[in-house]
Design a protein around this ligand. Structure first.
Ligand code: ASP
Length: 318
């Protein structure tokens, strides 16, 4: 498999990826998916050492990075932060330097502080992959979401499609990265939530390049009208942002996605969610597990997409 030239050493957010670069990731991820389906052995990361360093909980992201790295022949190590010297007060920079001294050349990290991977990247000799930082960014989630949508939409493109993102936008790094990738790929993105969870997003719509389509509303019914896909976001109660936010009961009453609410969308509407899902809060169990749900496809697609990202970074850093 030929991995094209790649100009980036790190993947810190999706905002730095051009439309052509998104296309490169998507087509390499397709090849990775085919190679996995046909059990073709790949050794693009042979001799490389990947470490996952997660200061926050994760199931799908961490495991899929590890599966992806192993599928490419890398050696994989997992740092259990709660058992590491972080509990003795070791700084992030010292932890990065220590892991690199032990041979890590690809470091996949998640941190509760927005910007932490940028600090790590300033001090790292190898590559840093942001697997989620605070409210800021989760670039590989956005890439796998784009990949999932393209595979399911007629014409294999999101261009001109109405994609509605509903939920806890305020605290969502998934939404912030998806806005970049989906609008860059030509989608018409609609953000919908109660006003308190939309804070700051009105100014995004004005700040994006003029060819990008992004709108913001607190009216769920009008947001859903004619939607090709709806991405629900988890209400992130562990990331408390203080008062003024709706209670869970109010949120469900006004914005919970149910089969009847989704009737406003196109009949073939696709339902997505980055997980973990609070069933009965952002989406009913019936919808989350129904025929239009792509939730488990998103999880599965995380592997070929992360394989593509890792192969490109290894090429870029070579
Ligand atoms: N798993 C995603 C994240 O880490 C979404 C979520 O936690 O709700 O941001």
């Amino acid at each position: 498999m030929d991995v094209p030239a790649w100009p980036h050493r790190h993947l810190l957010d999706a905002d730095g990826l051009s439309r052509d670069e998104l296309e490169t990731v998507m087509s390499l991820a397709e090849q990775m998916a085919e190679a996995r389906a046909s059990r073709e052995p790949l050794a693009l990361l042979r001799g490389r050492q990947l470490t996952t360093l997660f200061y926050e909980a994760s199931t799908r992201t961490r495991v899929s990075f590890e599966v992806a790295a192993r599928a490419l022949g890398a050696e994989v190590d997992t740092v259990s932060v709660s058992l590491s010297s972080v509990t003795k007060g070791e700084s992030l920079v010292d932890t990065v330097r220590t892991l690199e001294a032990l041979g890590t050349d690809l470091l996949v990290m998640r941190h509760s502080r927005s910007g932490a991977p940028y600090l790590a990247a300033r001090h790292a000799r190898g590559s840093i992959v942001n697997a989620g930082d605070g409210w800021h960014a989760h670039p590989t989630q956005a890439l796998l979401d784009l990949f999932t949508l393209r595979r399911r939409l007629p014409g294999r493109s999101v261009a001109g499609r109405r994609i509605v993102i509903v939920g806890d936008l305020l605290r969502s790094r998934v939404a912030r990265s998806n806005i970049w990738t989906l609008t860059a790929a030509g989608a018409n993105v609609v953000l919908c939530a109660p006003r308190a969870l939309l804070a700051g997003f009105e100014s995004w719509a004005g700040a994006l390049p003029p060819d990008r389509q992004l709108s913001v509303t607190d009216d769920l019914e009008s947001a859903l009208r004619g939607a090709d896909a709806v991405m629900a976001l988890r209400i992130q109660r562990e990331r408390d942002a203080g008062s003024g936010l709706p209670s869970v009961a109010d949120y469900v009453a006004g914005y919970g996605l149910s089969a009847s609410r989704l009737r406003e969308a196109k009949p073939e509407v696709l339902l997505m969610h980055p997980g973990p899902v609070n069933e009965g809060v952002e989406v009913t169990a019936e919808v989350a597990n129904g025929a239009s749900s792509l939730i488990l496809e998103q999880v599965a697609n995380g592997v070929p997409v992360r394989m593509a990202v890792l192969a490109l970074l290894a090429r870029g850093a070579a």
